[in-house]
Write a protein that binds this ligand. Structure first.
Ligand SMILES: Nc1ncnc2c1ncn2[C@@H]1O[C@H](COP(=O)(O)OP(=O)(O)O)[C@@H](O)[C@H]1O
Ligand SMILES: [Mg+2]
Length: 272
């Protein structure tokens, strides 16, 4: 007797069972580099970690910054029975990054898409995340294939947070990221406007170097939540560079990150 023909697989591929203990997966993206994705990812992660079990995946294979921002750039990763053990930081966030696998900070990673996909897959599936409330993915700049990899590997990801700067081009950048989200079939959880107004460290006055309002305007235009505005503050750079996220200090920006994170949690909880 002839065997029946194979049935086509309908719908997205099933989520890997190795990642099944993770409740919420959120990608932090932008239309371009240097707008503060890593800063936002790290600070949201440490803020979430005050209440939840949090993992951070540095999905920027070519430019891994998260270990440094969390003060763990010298750490080595090890493998245990359940898989690769993510590096614990003192802020309650465990992190995995290409940075841990490079001989030194200056090593350039020149990998084609297929290899980067493999790295993202390992970060998601071969790391012993166990039970986690949140996994935050700090994505590389732009609309590259890493986003596609995550959407394929975690088809039920909660969604994407878009980071923009406040200039008029924010609309353009946001549009790119919005279109990408649509293609990935993932919801946009909201837009964050970063580098919104410079707070002078001497006089405390605010100067809107990059203007202000572009992010909020983009959120209105695309009908997605506006999550908040983070000013350009010199302490953010200093704290990132010395491995103490601003969100764990008493800087005003910590309160801003706390409000933004509350909003994200509210949106994510409501959606599920
Ligand atoms: N709100 C802010 N105020 C001051 N500096 C910031 C702010 N956000 C980001 N930066 C700085 O800008 C640079 C780029 O930020 P980063 O988070 O690495 O961007 P991306 O990950 O999008 O490339 C870093 O040096 C970071 O410390
Ligand atoms: Mg980055």
């Amino acid at each position: 007797m002839n065997k029946p023909p194979p049935q086509p697989i309908i719908g997205p591929p099933p989520k890997s069972t190795k990642y099944k203990g993770v409740k919420h997966t959120i990608m932090v993206m932008s239309g371009k580099g240097g707008v503060g994705k890593s800063t936002v990812s790290v600070n949201i992660s440490v803020t979430l970690a005050k209440k939840f079990k949090v993992g951070l995946i540095d999905a920027d294979i070519n430019g891994p910054d998260d270990p440094k921002m969390l003060g763990v750039s010298d750490a080595q990763i090890e493998a245990g029975d359940a898989g690769i053990i993510p590096v614990s930081s003192k802020y309650g966030v465990d992190v995995i990054s290409m940075g841990f696998l490079l001989p030194n900070e200056d090593t350039a990673v020149i990998w084609r898409g297929a290899l980067r996909h493999k790295a993202i897959q390992q970060f998601l599936e071969d790391v012993a995340w166990g039970e986690r409330d949140y996994i935050i993915l700090d994505m590389p700049p732009g609309t590259g294939d890493e986003g596609l990899s995550v959407a394929q590997l975690v088809p039920d990801a909660d969604g994407i947070i878009i980071v923009v700067t406040p200039q008029d081009v924010a609309l353009l950048d946001a549009r790119k990221a919005m279109n990408f989200a649509t293609q990935l079939k993932l919801p946009v959880l909201g837009i964050i406007e970063n580098m919104s107004g410079f707070v002078c460290p001497h006089c405390g006055e605010t100067a809107n170097i990059f203007k202000t309002g572009g992010g909020e305007e983009a959120a209105k235009k695309y009908n997605v939540p506006f999550l908040g505005r983070i000013p350009l503050v010199s302490e953010v750079v200093v704290s990132s560079d010395n491995g103490t996220p601003i969100a764990v200090t008493d800087n005003v920006v910590a309160k801003i990150f706390s409000d933004i994170t509350d909003r994200i949690v509210e949106i994510v909880e409501k959606r599920k």
